[in-house]
Design a protein around this ligand. Structure first.
Ligand code: PDD
Length: 289
């Protein structure tokens, strides 16, 4: 039985229902977080709750739960899940409305939904082989720093990758790299890790922050700045990062191998370094919280 949390109650997912007048359903009017849990320890929970708060602030929706309440909900779902690792979804919408109206209702009863699901971290073979990506223009709105549930553009963009037998779609706005349809993108060039700068055109990933922290800790040179389409195509290495995928090497972009020389089309040396640092960091977190 899969357990979920809906509006103050823990209940079987199969029994959970929401109103068809919910603004999350009718307008995509809500925000969410996806949090990986390793050995029953949520990874970077406070950072995820911090980003949830910023998303709620951005859409002018008061946080329905206190930090202690979020922690309690998360603890119970993690404790009840049938595996030590899982992926947690926390979602808040502006709740149901009596009549369909784009403007906010006078009284708001937010819908709070939380669910633990199986976590499928990428298998070793995928890392060793690397993944392929396509690229296209970023057609999303100008508030991509908000982790909103209105993900239609992201879904269409991600499906383009699936249709092309690829794992991710890399997005460019006016010739500048923003992110992936459901991930952040990093470039390695001449031993320097390049990361797109945080702004309203991309979501600042919790994994993105971890990768930059690990780079700083281990003395890997980084530059956080605008990255052009040409720089992405001339990259020595390309990575995608997200909470569920961690760090994955992209070895082909739009049918062209990433990198040059003998190692073209293969995961790069800097990727393997970062992957090792990431796994060590996870182990430390699992031991000490
Ligand atoms: N998405 N950018 C976008 C558009 C994303 O959807 C995600 C993750 C990220 C990476 O953020 P983080 O490192 O905090 O997971 C960047 C999640 C996993 C999802 O929607 O399922």
């Amino acid at each position: 039985m899969t357990l979920c949390y809906l509006n103050g109650e823990f209940q079987p997912l199969a029994a959970a229902t929401i109103s068809p007048m919910d603004r999350g359903f009718l307008f995509g009017d809500g925000v969410y977080e996806v949090i990986p849990v390793y050995s029953r320890r949520p990874f970077r929970l406070d950072e995820h709750l911090g980003r949830l708060q910023r998303s709620l602030d951005a859409i002018r929706l008061p946080n329905p739960l206190s930090s202690a309440q979020w922690h309690a909900v998360v603890s119970r779902l993690v404790a009840k899940f049938d595996a030590d690792d899982c992926s947690l979804l926390l979602q808040v919408t502006r709740g149901p409305m009596a009549v369909r109206n784009h403007a906010f209702p006078a009284t708001i009863t937010p819908t709070v939904f939380c669910l633990a699901e199986s976590l499928h971290t990428p298998p070793a073979a995928l890392r060793e082989q690397g993944i392929s990506a396509i690229s296209t223009a970023d057609i999303r709105w100008l508030r991509c720093h908000v982790k909103a549930t209105s993900l239609l553009a992201n879904c269409l963009l991600r499906q383009m990758a699936v249709d092309a037998d690829c794992a991710e779609t890399i997005l460019f706005r006016d010739g500048i790299l923003t992110e992936g349809a459901a991930s952040n993108i990093f470039v390695v060039k001449d031993g320097v890790l390049l990361a797109p700068q945080q702004n309203h055109l991309m979501l600042t990933g919790i994994t993105y922050d971890v990768v930059l922290e690990l780079a700083a800790t281990h003395g890997l040179k980084t530059a956080v700045r605008d990255i052009s389409d040409a720089e992405v195509r001339a990259a020595d290495e390309l990575w995608m990062t997200s909470s569920t995928k961690e760090v994955l090497p992209i070895v082909a972009l739009d049918g062209q191998q990433v990198g040059a020389g003998e190692t073209a089309g293969q995961p790069g040396a800097v990727f393997w370094q970062m992957y090792g640092w990431y796994q060590d960091f996870k182990r430390t977190v699992m031991r000490h919280g």
